[in-house]
Design a protein around this ligand. Structure first.
Ligand code: NDP
Length: 429
């Protein structure tokens, strides 16, 4: 990729942005032909994706720039309706790029299917028999979805958990059987659901319990990815602040989000601004990722920051995020949504593990940008410019009027819709 062609991307017109992407060798000249068609979800496909479909709801797609992850350059498609998210991610990535970029580790990539059993006559016996029959259960699960085994994946292991009866919820004791499945490039919901339904009767039979369901767990604790970065203090310097001051304030802000759930939720929402935007742009299931990531943030029993920022021995700022990211590069809407196909191409057709690394790094970048702004000039300064633009558009400004109203609105005493409308009236009269 020829990164230099992407500089000042935000100042370019959409046509110039495509020219820059071609010059930077992110896309080819051919890709720009009938470009809009590459993103349009045809009505006939949409109608088969959901029920009672009546239209297509649009979300802006932008590009996160400057990302250097494991020594590879990426231009990252992000689908979001929220102003500032892409600018913040790209800005953070620019700083982190100067400090050798992001390094990632995909710890494992295994999805979990669960079968909770109640009325198990003897928990100890049931756990023993399940352990003895584990290979047979795995064979049965794989026989239910042989194509994933042919591809090199499939069910790999069984684990059991006992959950005691809980008087507060009047809940019985459960013996929960987990089956761990390597779903390769797929998120694997359908693969797993097929497998657990197939083994459920056998598990009931050998344990004497009764299964209340068989379903994938979105708490993907066996599908974790870590992204880290190391930033020397000279890159953290801001007007009015030394690099050391910014580093220490970032660490303090993170410590606060580690101990206070009220802050942690907002801190993690900022991280999800980036994560969700890439998950959506790649055609993955945003709800599955959101649910799993937030549960992981509460794994200690209290909801905490997903990131950790600390000081290295030499004084550098160290950033780290670990999140469960059971995303896929095939299956679901990925293979049928034209935009998902195109965004994969922009990313260089990454594998699921590579896509996990990209998404986690965007989350870390987003967090860096947000807390760096919060502990220095605050986030409103950057946000208000974009907020002014939204107000100008809401007031009815079109074409050149948008920039003109936005600029005047930024100087106005009250930045609100009424002022935007009044400025537009003056401009058009
Ligand atoms: P699919 O069943 O659509 O796709 C996975 C299939 O892709 C595999 O079964 C496999 O089929 C095929 N495939 C082709 N190449 C590969 C490869 N290299 N690695 C793996 N599979 C490959 O999707 P998923 O099972 O991934 O399920 C995801 C969808 O399920 C999402 O749309 C999600 O929203 C939805 N969902 C989510 C739930 C949840 O999160 N709780 C619950 C239910 C549904 P084959 O081998 O036969 O060719």
């Amino acid at each position: 990729m020829k990164q230099a062609f992407l500089s000042k991307f935000y100042q370019k017109s959409i046509k110039e942005r495509f020219e820059a992407l071609v010059a930077a060798e992110v896309i080819s000249e051919d890709d720009t032909v009938n470009f809009n068609d590459k993103f349009q979800l045809p009505n006939e496909i949409a109608n088969h994706m959901i029920e009672n479909q009546i239209a297509i709801y649009g979300v802006p797609l932008g590009l996160g720039l400057n990302f250097l992850i494991n020594d590879n350059d990426y231009v990252i498609p992000m689908a979001t309706e929220e102003p500032s998210v892409i600018a913040a991610a790209s800005y953070a990535a620019k700083t982190i790029r100067q400090a050798s970029g992001f390094s990632t580790t995909v710890h494992n990539r295994s999805m979990i299917g669960q079968i909770p059993l109640k009325n198990v006559p003897d928990m100890v016996y049931a756990e023993r028999v399940l352990s003895e029959k584990a290979n047979h259960i795995i064979e049965k699960a794989n026989a239910a979805h042989p194509s994933i085994v042919k591809r090199g994946g499939g069910a790999k292991s069984i684990k059991t958990r006992i959950i005691e009866a809980n008087d507060m919820y009047d809940s019985p004791a459960f013996l929960v059987v987990h089956i761990h499945v390597d779903t390769l490039e797929a998120m694997g919901a359908n693969i797993i659901n097929t497998m657990v339904e197939a083994i459920k009767p056998y598990i009931e039979n050998v344990t004497g319990g009764s299964a209340i369901m068989g379903i994938l767990s979105n708490y993907a604790t066996e599908c974790l990815v870590t992204s880290t970065c190391r930033i020397p203090v000279h890159l953290l310097k801001r007007t009015g602040y030394t690099g050391e001051e910014v580093r220490d304030s970032i660490i303090e802000a993170c410590q606060f989000a580690l101990v206070d759930p009220y802050r942690a939720v907002t801190h993690n929402k900022g991280i999800m601004n980036g994560i969700n935007a890439v998950v959506l742009a790649s055609g993955n299931d945003t709800r599955a990722i959101e649910a799993g990531v937030h549960a992981y943030a509460a794994k200690s029993g209290q909801y905490r920051s997903l990131t950790n920022w600390t000081k290295a021995e030499n004084g550098d700022l160290l950033g780290e995020i670990t999140v469960p990211l059971p995303i896929g590069t095939v299956g679901g809407s990925i293979s049928i949504h034209p935009a998902a196909k195109f965004t994969s191409q922009v990313l260089g057709s990454p594998s699921a593990k590579e896509l996990e690394s990209i998404i986690a790094s965007v989350g870390l970048a987003q967090n860096f940008s947000a807390i760096r702004a919060l502990v220095t000039e605050g986030i409103q300064k950057g946000h208000m410019g974009l907020q002014a633009k939204s107000l100008a558009i809401s007031a009815g400004a079109k074409g050149d009027q948008i920039e003109k109203v936005t600029e005047q609105l930024k100087q106005a005493k009250n930045m609100n819709l009424a002022t935007a409308k009044s400025l537009l009236r003056k401009l058009t009269n």
